[in-house]
Write a protein that binds this ligand. Structure first.
Ligand code: ADP
Ligand code: ASP
Ligand code: MG
Length: 439
């Protein structure tokens, strides 16, 4: 069995959906289990819908969402009433918000779930029209249960056996909703934006798939974000460790949690282009790939806040670091990059909502400086473990380009160098490094 996940970019309109189903059809001998995202941009629209409803509006957006799906059904010659129940339920939900005007993460997840619930039905219907016996399934109806951390829910351990038992004897091609799940109390959750990749990996691990395929709109994982570096190259092979670092530090092409379930079961993950299905894409696998290319990718994450915490008390006072992390932990804020010296700690967070409490607690024990609009840049490659001089090439080339580095962290995995620059300089920094290692 293989898992084939199609992202929103691969399901943008009737033509794209048609191509996606042709790709699925070409793989039926490998027993595909299909995972889908919402039609492109629909999740954004559903979030906009709930926000506008809360302010007494939203009817145009609701109409727009329905029309977009109806247009697709019409062009694909699928029964126009296929999604009537979903439209009805969504309209009802929108009216309810109008009256309540209280939005919370639970309601937000419920609204977002409609995207995948509708796209899975369209893809299954089109496969059936092409004589492939397919069935749309809501992930939670085959046991995809999560905790109740709405907006960023984690699957429960039972998911793996539930999915395995439910799919083991399937005679059809299941078309499963990515991104969403349900709590044990029956409330809909989401895994966080871009989470369908994670769904695909969990399903792949559950059924011991031969391969997990992530079908998207680029030829594979690239040496940099192609929107920043014009001549970014497609990487043929990357290791699980490299893929996890580069997804974590900004390569949007893969959700950062995708790798772990695949790695635990040693299942290949392939990133493939639904616009160019003949291309062999990127294969993510266990062993580090030995080739001349020591540095595989230069990735970045924008809109980061850097917090510098400085205290003389740190000298000789053990427990200072623990106290600092405890403050972040207690307030549910996760820290991305950390660097410490004897008297200071610098760390980054990727959103600074509700940090007033954290700041006031920190200020009781230290001097605190907050720097907004920063960016993390991460240089990734297994080869740097055994190659001297990578750090000096990295920082030397940036110095020549007059890029100021605000903090440096060498990853514990020893396959990345991570540092912080001013957000205004990030694109220049990434291009300088791409030229340095790929020029
Ligand atoms: P999907 O809808 O298929 O999930 P995404 O938009 O989530 O697609 O991810 C694909 C996009 O990720 C690409 O169009 C590309 O712009 C962006 N991207 C960012 N960094 C990288 C990278 N290093 N390699 C490939 N794509 C990248
Ligand atoms: N539809 C969701 C999103 O836009 C999940 C995904 O595409 O993976 O974030
Ligand atoms: Mg995605």
């Amino acid at each position: 069995m293989i898992v084939m996940k199609f992202g929103g970019t691969s399901l943008g309109d009737a033509d794209r959906i048609n191509s996606a189903t042709n790709i699925i059809k070409s793989k039926t001998d490998q027993k595909p289990v299909v995972v889908v995202s919402a039609v492109a941009k629909i999740t954004d629209l559903l979030i906009k819908l709930i926000n506008e409803c809360a302010m007494g509006g939203g009817s145009n957006i609701l109409k727009g969402i329905q029309q977009r799906h109806l247009e697709i059904l019409k062009q694909l010659n699928i029964d126009q009433s296929l999604l009537d129940n979903d439209f009805e339920e969504l309209s009802k939900a929108a009216r309810r918000v109008n009256n309540e005007s209280r939005i919370n993460d639970k309601l937000l997840d419920y609204f977002q779930s409609f995207g995948e619930r509708m796209s899975s039905k369209i893809v299954a219907a089109l496969l059936n029209k092409k004589d492939i016996n397919a069935q749309a399934l809501n992930s939670y109806d085959i046991g995809f249960l999560t905790n109740s951390n709405f907006g960023e829910a984690e699957p429960l351990q039972s998911v793996y056996t539930n999915i395995k038992n439910n799919l083991k004897r399937t005679k059809v091609v299941p078309v499963i909703t990515g991104f969403i799940g349900k709590t044990e109390n029956g409330e809909i959750t989401t895994l966080g934006r871009g989470g369908s990749d994670y769904t695909a990996a969990i399903i792949g691990a559950s059924i011991d798939a031969d391969e997990i395929q992530i079908w998207t709109d680029v030829d594979g994982i690239k040496s940099s974000d192609p929107k920043i570096v014009k001549n970014a190259r497609t990487l043929g092979k990357v290791s699980f460790a490299e893929a996890s670092e580069l997804a974590y530090f900004g390569a949007k092409v893969l959700h950062p949690k995708t790798i772990l379930p695949a790695m635990n079961k040693n299942i290949f993950v392939k990133v493939l282009n639904s616009f160019n299905p003949k291309n062999s894409g990127t294969t993510i696998l266990k062993d580090s790939y030995r080739n001349k290319q020591v540095i595989k990718a230069i990735v970045c994450k924008k809109n980061i806040t850097l917090i510098n915490i400085e205290s003389t008390r740190m000298l000789g006072t053990y427990g200072f670091l623990a106290t600092i992390f405890d403050i972040f932990n207690k307030n549910g804020k996760s820290v991305d990059v950390v660097s410490t010296s004897e008297v200071s700690v610098s760390l980054t967070i990727d959103n600074d909502e509700n940090i007033e409490d954290i700041l006031s607690e920190l200020k009781e024990i230290a001097n605190v400086q907050l720097l907004k609009n920063r960016a993390i840049v991460c240089v990734v490659g297994e080869g740097m473990k055994n190659t001297p001089g990578i750090a000096s090439r990295t920082f030397g080339s940036l110095a020549k380009g007059k890029i100021n580095i605000e903090m440096i962290s060498l990853g514990a995995s020893k396959i990345n160098i991570t540092f912080i620059v001013d957000g205004k300089e990030v694109e220049k920094a990434v291009n300088i490094l791409h030229d340095e290692f790929y020029g």
